[in-house]
Ligand binder design. Sequence first.
Ligand code: PM9
Length: 458
Amino acid sequence: MKLPFSESYKIKMVEPLRRSTRREREQWIKEAKYNLFNLRSDQVFIDLLTDSGTGAMSDRQWAEIMLGDESYAGSSSYYKLKNAIREITGFPHFLPTHQGRAAENVLFSAMIKEGDLIPGNSHFDTTKGHIEYRRAKAIDCTIDEAFDTTLDHPFKGNINLEKLEKVLKENNREKIPMIIVTVTCNSSGGQPVSMKNLRDVRKLADMYEIPVFFDSARFAENAYFIKIREKGYADKNIREIVLEMFSYADGMTMSSKKDAIVNMGGFIAMRDKELFNRASIFNILFEGFISYGGMSGRDMNALAMGLYEGTEFDYLETRINQVAYLGEKLKEHGVPVQYPFGGHAIFVDAKRFLPQIPQEELIAQTLAVELYLESGVRGVEIGTLLADRDPETRENRYPELELLRLTIPRRVYTRDHMDYVAVALSNVYDRRELIRKGFVIVNEAPILRHFTVELDRA
Ligand code: PM9
């Protein structure tokens, strides 16, 4: 018999989980104003809200924590991280930041001004938030195939080169400070970008002399998909693929809370010393001195180790297989999910799951609440709440896709947990026709509303 797949690590420390009753959950979600971000973690049984900062560090990372150098300037931890970033990404300059959005804040302060246009592939909400906060505009150039969840396309994160060229051709070069490519593309379903697409974007950018930056939170998962799906890469190792990916960029922002498997941290890396100098000013203003930027020495040590571990094939194979395992279980039951499965999450197509709920009643949020009530599993809405209002008209932006994201933390849950989630959502699917009403917004913030929004039943 062929040996089955099994995880590439074993468990050394455990954390108890608390079960709850449906009655308790009904009360808690009401008190949370039907916003899953407002739930306390002990009101959640399996937490699939995010894979950001929720991973389990390894024994080697914890060992590095003990070796952290907490000197204010020039710590050995800083140099350890600098070496790891240079070795893995090829970028000679870097600035530490406390997380990914802080990296965006620093880099955009140095590069983006009012009225600018920033083309990219379905910019993540903090990225879009930082662009719009500067009264600039994010332009989505993702391929159309990404918006059909039933379509089997290996690289749904790709940029449509015609859409991109139209933006570059029709606008003054001075108005386009950068192109941002998100790898993997979170907002389109954790979908990868092919090496060919990265290369083609680079060529186009060179023609118009526009810098290219990668939003790199899940760069290693992207590299894994390139190895598995793209012709010519099967025999290359993950690190070689990562180096080639970054060779097509001028720089990167990083939320280290994802593929670098730490609970907090981020950075910016770049090729250009002059940009490094300009960005350093904002780093010192917003984050801290350039050799720690909001991170303690021990955290930089753990991050350096996480970058190496996160780019190991065996780890990535375990990770991506676990996500796909959940996807297969749901697919077997007929639950409509984004296909092919993403790197960090399964994205449930809420419009196809609950076609009777109008988009104004927040379809994906309705599904997220139902799943929580059914099982104590917390997913997250990637739909109308996240899409926010148009900054000019203040009208709701209704996205093409209403998704419930089941995000898998790294090295945290077991296959039994995945089975539990699959059965829970399948149960909701079986009674889907009984779900007749969604939600209305009672209170919302002017930007990034989904974190704090308050809802009531429609
Ligand atoms: N992503 C996520 O859950 C955490 C915030 S929303 C619960 O997917 C990309 C592609 C991200 C991302 C965060 C950030 C911001 C930038 N780019 O959360 O600030 O997915 O470290 O990173 C979240 P930080």
